[in-house]
Design a protein around this ligand. Structure first.
Ligand code: AN7
Length: 381
């Protein structure tokens, strides 16, 4: 058996025919993609509604977030183009992924992060992978502007989602979902920051979709003609795309950019989304919409998911599930629906928030047998 058959070697090897990469170019990969689609039985039972509710656990990618899908393609392409360095602004996960893939490829990674506003695990990743970490007094949006300005006349490749190869990699999550369900879900729920991921998923579904009267090779409106998929259509319907934001950081709900975004979900503390126009188009074409949540509700859903289903995501990721649960309850998502929520990042990314939420849960006991036994029996009573 060839190595390829026995081992999963990442999404470029899996989907190269649908990606804008030359067949001969070796993939810079850490085995990203192939994440589990987990059906939630307990939370659905709690709701008392008949829906098939799944989470796509993107926190199980190599650096713990969906960013790896885009980074493998963007860095592979950067190497092919002879680049020696990559740069990004980040709320944390992009910097972790850029640092790791750059390390693997032997490139220098420059990452610009908002001072004091990225989760501990993400910062640990960036420094451990040897990125040059530039901490600024300013938020993600300021960092993003600086990246664009600097990259205009410096020999560095921007690996934020304005790099079209990022979205091309991220679209593969939609391919995996369709392969597992044998169809597209009726609703796909995602947290929205820069709105790159919701756009990437729509590209993915649209490439698999049987467009009446359109050639399969027709370039989609989102990728600047980068789509290469010419296979047979695989789905007859596409999902409604539902995008969820944190209330203090919700430009799509305000209908305008937000200059001072604030949320405990630092991953989506973004007021000037880079894929603004595309995401409006996604909502319109798919028949979806945007909605928002206060921080407390994001944290409550993060905790409920962990406690009831054994799945640990970071606060920003909980926005997708919070949205699905609310929309199922209200009837906006009708009974009989198949719903997928993307859990964008792993809960371990942000240990501070998790511990903070569960402080009272830790019981101090004397280190001897009777005390421990007593504590256990009390809780089984
Ligand atoms: C866990 O890392 O923008 O709407 O710089 O880390 O595609 O921006 C992170 C975004 C959702 C939002 N969930 O995705 C960054 C960054 C998590 C994230 C989002 C992010 P987009």
């Amino acid at each position: 058996m060839s190595e390829q058959v026995r081992r999963y070697t990442g999404l470029i090897d899996r989907y190269r025919d649908r990606l804008p990469l030359d067949p001969a170019v070796p993939a810079v990969s850490l085995g990203e993609g192939g994440t589990p689609l987990i059906r939630l039985h307990n939370l659905v039972k709690d709701l008392g509604r008949d829906v098939a509710l799944y989470v796509k656990y993107e926190g199980l990618n190599p650096t713990g977030s969906f960013k790896d899908r885009g980074m493998t393609v963007a860095v592979t392409r950067a190497v092919e183009e002879g680049s020696r360095a990559v740069i990004c602004a980040s709320t944390g996960n992009t910097s972790a992924a850029a640092a790791a893939y750059a390390a693997r490829a032997g490139l220098t990674a420059f990452v610009i992060i908002p001072d004091g506003k990225i989760a501990l695990g993400k910062l640990a990743q960036a420094v451990m992978h040897g990125a040059v970490v530039l901490q600024i007094k300013g938020n993600f949006d300021v960092g993003m502007r600086l990246v664009k300005e600097v990259a205009a006349d410096a020999p560095v490749t921007v690996v934020n989602s304005v790099n079209p190869y990022r979205l091309q990699g991220q679209k593969t999550a939609a391919f995996e979902i369709v392969e597992e369900l044998g169809r597209a879900p009726d609703f796909h729920c995602l947290p929205v920051g820069n709105a790159g991921n919701i756009t990437a998923h729509w590209i993915g579904y649209s490439e698999l979709w049987a467009r009446k009267g359109a050639a399969a090779t027709e370039a989609c409106a989102f990728c600047g003609g980068e789509c290469r998929f010419t296979g047979e259509p695989q789905i007859s319907t596409r999902p409604r795309m539902l995008g969820y934001q944190a209330a203090g950081s919700a430009p799509f709900l305000r209908g305008a950019m937000v200059d001072e975004p604030e949320t405990v979900a630092t991953a989506i503390r973004i007021g000037h989304p880079q894929s603004w126009t595309q995401a409006w188009k996604v909502a319109e074409e798919s028949g979806g919409r945007f909605a928002e949540f206060p921080d407390e509700e994001l944290l409550a859903v993060q905790k409920r998911l962990a406690a009831r289903e054994g799945v640990f995501c970071e606060p920003a990721s909980a926005a997708s599930l919070a949205g699905a649960l609310r929309d199922i309850k209200s009837g906006y998502i009708p009974e009989g629906s198949t719903v997928v929520c993307t859990l964008t990042g792993h809960g371990l990314k942000d240990p501070d928030i998790a511990i903070e939420q569960c402080k009272g849960a830790i019981i101090d006991v004397d280190g001897e047998r009777e005390a421990v036994k007593q504590a256990i029996l009390e809780r089984l009573a």
